[in-house]
Design a protein around this ligand. Structure first.
Ligand code: ISE
Length: 345
């Protein structure tokens, strides 16, 4: 070996599909804070948006379509941050090319499509799909999971969740409140309690003043798990306030709450006020979780395990989609709607 040859492993070349809000955030993350990876190719249906990336990430190139990106020689692994309705086909294309993929949630917009991904991965004989439920990598979540699994909280009866966004984009209809927002709590239920959701009920208050025509914002979903634990999920996606995600687990030996992050509290001299700050959206709130999630994905590919231990898988995405479908039906049904799931292939 000559002195100019290196034994260091080459950086994983990541192709990013969709460089809007979340995708752009991931491009910055991989380029500045992730060890062992770089962004090599990007694509976006808004070509101008994609063209901005090489200016910030030297050596990165833009291609016309997701298909071209997935097939590219200089893409070792793919991060999908396109809208949810494209996730199924793009994830299956990655599987067909034998490339590991981190797909932002949801895996699909219905259980049949999510199941098709599970089957495609199974047929390929390789575990390649990581699903971007980033909360699994949040320190508060990890702490709460430990408290539940160690038995510290005793027998769990109720979990109360609150999920509040300051704003959403116009057209964020009820089904998106389920598949884009509530899907996080649905995955959290599976993650924390390690049992399936068996039924869902919706309770719909009078819509708030910022709800779109026909939208039920706020919305309350009640989930019942297989063993009879009840989970309440209050969704309010246009509070005009800030981003809040709280979880309270009620057990026979303790009640644990996470997400009441107050950070610095300041008293103000003008008028007897005190207060702190609240994140505008999920990117600052979960920045550490996203960083850990992407680093764990890159490291898992480097060590050949492909899917990080804590990551959600295609099967988790299928279970979430099945619960979402029941939640969507519950919006127009009185009482609980049963969740039905297929056998794991
Ligand atoms: C968004 O897609 C997310 O994933 C956020 O975490 C969630 O809070 C928001 O409601 C969704 O639209």
């Amino acid at each position: 070996m000559t002195s100019t040859q290196s034994t260091a492993p080459a950086d994983l070349r990541v192709g990013v599909i969709g460089v809007g809000q979340m995708g752009a955030d991931h491009v910055t993350r991989i380029s500045t804070r992730t060890k062992g990876a770089r962004v090599s190719v990007v694509t976006d249906y808004l070509r101008d948006k994609a063209e901005e990336v090489p200016g910030q990430v030297p050596g990165c190139r833009v291609v016309d379509s997701p298909e071209e990106l997935i097939a590219a020689e200089d893409v070792d692994a793919v991060l999908i941050a396109s809208p949810g309705r494209f996730h199924k086909d793009q994830t299956i294309a990655c599987i067909e090319h034998g490339k590991p993929v981190l797909c932002e949630k949801p895996l699909a917009m219905n259980p049949e499509d999510a199941y098709a991904v599970v089957q495609a991965e199974q047929a390929s004989g390789k575990a390649l799909v990581s699903l971007g439920f980033m909360r699994r990598f949040d320190a508060g979540y990890a702490d709460l999971k430990d408290a539940i699994t160690s038995g510290e909280l005793g027998q769990i009866s109720i979990v109360n969740c609150k999920h509040r966004n300051a704003h959403t984009l116009p057209g964020f209809v009820d089904s998106m409140m389920v598949y884009d927002s509530a899907v996080h709590e649905i995955d959290a239920i599976h993650y924390f309690l390690e049992e399936p959701i068996s039924a869902v009920q919706a309770v719909l208050p009078t819509p708030g003043p910022r709800a779109d025509e026909g939208q039920h914002d706020p919305m309350l979903l009640l989930f019942r798990t297989a063993s009879g634990i009840i989970v309440t999920d209050e969704l309010y996606v246009n509070t005009a306030s800030g981003y809040e995600v709280r979880t309270e687990v009620v057990g026979s030996a303790g009640i644990a709450t996470i997400g009441q992050d107050s950070g610095r509290v300041t008293t103000h001299l003008d008028g007897g006020r005190w207060g702190g700050s609240i994140p505008e959206d999920f990117r600052p709130r979960f920045v550490d979780a996203y960083d850990r999630e992407v680093q764990a994905w890159v490291s898992a590919i480097a060590d050949g395990t492909m899917i990080a231990e804590r990551s959600a898988t295609a099967w988790d995405g299928y279970l979430a989609a099945a619960a979402c479908e029941a939640a969507e039906q519950a919006l127009t049904t009185t009482g609980f709607v049963e969740v039905t799931t297929a056998e794991r292939p």
